[in-house]
Design a binder for this molecule. Sequence first.
Ligand code: B12
Length: 214
Amino acid sequence: MFDSKIVMDALIAGDESRLTGLVQNALDQGVAANEILNQGLVAGMDIVGEKMETREMFIPEVLRSAKVMGIAVKILKPLLVGDDLSGKGKVVIGTVKGDLHDIGKKLVSMMIESAGFEVYDLGVDVSPEKFADAIKDKNAQILCLSALLTTTMPMMKETIDVVAESGLRDRVKILVGGAPVTQNFADQIAADGYATDAGSAAKLAKKYYSKSFN
Ligand code: B12
């Protein structure tokens, strides 16, 4: 049986060798990569968030957990493959301006890539203009915006506005996500789609791509 609690504890402690050992062990015992990701790593990061809020953990410790999460995700990456698409769509993704959170965005990027898309990850703190330029340069059909702060959520709207002003709005489907983002907010800013997690984000990208561009 997979003991997600010990994986969560190692992530919260930021203990790299313990965490990678536990992840590898679970895989060796036949636990699905998805289960380790969602029940161990993502759930552990939620607790890190709660501890950050209650000041039981501070930025350096949160960063350490974020770093070891990235290392553990790398072990799982080859095993998190989704079903492939023929005919590749192009996706531009990034975390909006002012926001430096990238763990969720990287997971979304990874799952969308696994679904057969060509993904251009612009990183964090990406300005609306940079997003618009990338859509044009890469000829992308889908734009994915991530925000983890309530203070950077309005930047999603600004990005959508700049994309529209650049004459690109009809060319792309825009998906938004991140912990504070809701379907209601997505509707308010006239995004095309919203998903709560990386797997659903990939499904949504596939749905829009096959509906609109094939
Ligand atoms: C790790 C972390 C950090 C790290 C980030 C490291 C990194 N490389 O990313 C560091 C320490 C740098 C950090 C800094 C800050 N943080 Co911080 N951070 C977190 C924490 C603990 C975890 C976030 C995370 O990685 N979650 C795990 C991933 C897997 O989940 P996710 O990001 O939500 O992504 C999933 C979905 O949302 C979705 N998704 C994500 N993006 C997208 C995009 C699309 C298109 C779609 C469809 C779906 C989708 O799929 C993902 C995978 O399933 C959260 C707490 C939390 N529970 O969210 C706080 C949190 C987001 N941070 C917070 C704060 C306040 C800050 C700081 C302001 C703290 C400070 N005083 O300096 C700074 C801001 C820095 C900045 N300008 O961005 C607050 C935000 C509060 C608010 N209401 O806005 C939170 C909620 C903590 C808290 N409870 O107080 N943080």
